[in-house]
Design a protein around this ligand. Structure first.
Ligand code: MF3
Ligand code: CO
Length: 250
């Protein structure tokens, strides 16, 4: 599929989809606490999404059975909510969510600490977020797509972290996943030239240890191969002629 350039009308709808998702993440962060199951987190998220008149974009996407991906500790992404999975003090919890507003998608992820967590967990969460902001310094018309990738990867690797390679960011709009694919590590090619009106979900997934990951038998949950902690930070971003707009941050 060609990469789409969104019209002013489409940007308006995606801006709204992004604002709502930012509010959903705020509610999830407020509600998250030890003793909850990951299923409770999904219930809360879906309820908030629907209260804004949106649809959860992950529900039934390629058969994914929930609205929020809830991934604990060494789980990288796509954890499936379960009543049996109880969140404990000291866990780090990655929450990935998407909403559809009038046919347009937004996608964003955050990793939260529950109660007091280790210093190394705090550092991982912070540096993962910082790597996203290093990347979007290059998210501007005229630059190349993989300038973003290189900046994210180089930043995280400076701290000795493993940058997940099996999963990437992506274009977004009328579909959750559109072209282009956006790796979080250095590519030899420069990638496509960025143009105003592109909407991209940029999402570093960073591990304390190796970059290598495995898929569990549920066919969804991605875990670090060495069992080390992993963090995720994602926003839906609009490319402009000037600074990028973070549609999922308010
Ligand atoms: N943010 C995730 C991604 O871009 C979306 C989760 S996939 C789903 O891969 F199947 F869970 F919806
Ligand atoms: Co995404």
């Amino acid at each position: 599929m060609p990469v789409t350039i969104k019209s002013a009308r489409e940007i308006e709808l995606m801006t709204k989809a992004g604002e709502i998702l930012a509010l959903v993440h705020k509610e999830l962060e407020k509600g998250l606490r030890a003793g909850m199951s990951t299923w409770d987190v999904d219930r809360l998220g879906e309820e908030v999404i629907r209260s804004y008149g949106c649809e959860p974009s992950f529900l039934n996407y390629n058969g994914y059975p929930a609205s929020i991906c809830v991934s604990l500790n060494h789980e990288v992404v796509h954890g499936i909510p379960s009543k049996k999975r109880i969140i404990k003090e000291g866990d780090i919890v990655s929450l990935d969510a998407g909403v559809i507003y009038k046919g347009y998608h937004s996608d964003a992820a955050r990793t939260h600490a529950v109660g007091e967590v280790s210093q190394e967990a705090k550092d991982l969460i912070r540096i993962t977020k910082e790597s996203f902001f290093e990347g979007i310094k290059y998210a501007k018309e005229g630059n190349h797509l993989f300038d973003i990738s290189r900046a994210i990867g180089a930043y995280a690797e400076k701290f000795g972290y493993g940058v997940v390679r099996d999963l990437c960011g992506h274009g977004i709009g009328m579909h959750l996943h559109e072209d282009p694919e956006i790796p979080n590590y250095q590519m030899q090619r420069r990638g496509m030239r960025l143009k105003a009106g592109m909407t991209l979900a940029i999402e570093p997934m960073i591990n304390i240890g190796t970059w290598q990951v495995d898929w569990l038998d549920d066919d969804w949950t991605v875990v670090t191969r060495d069992g080390s902690l992993s963090a995720h930070y994602e926003n839906t971003v609009l490319i402009t002629e000037d600074e990028p707009k973070l549609l999922t941050v308010i």
